[in-house]
Design a protein around this ligand. Sequence first.
Ligand code: SF4
Length: 76
Amino acid sequence: TYVVTDNCIRCKFMDCVEVCPVDCFYEGENMLVINPSECIDCGVCEPECPAEAILPDTENGLEKWLELNTKFSAEW
Ligand code: SF4
C-alpha cells in the first residue's frame, strides 16, 4: 500500500484524489489519508503529489504513518 505522510499536513492540493482509480483517499485531521485495504498499489498518485507526501509503505520508518492512515480512513 501507499501511505500519506507529514508533507500532506495542511496541503490544499487534491491531485492525488483525482487520479486514484479506486477512490481510496479519505480526509483525516489536517491531511488526507489512504485506506490501506482499498489501495491497489498502482503508484499513480505518488508522482502526482505536489508535496511529495505519498510514499510506498516498503520505505523504512513509515509505521507510524501507516497506522494513522489506517485509523483515519477507517472512520468513514
Ligand atoms: Fe490510489 Fe493507486 Fe495511490 Fe493506492 S497507489 S492510493 S490505488 S492511486
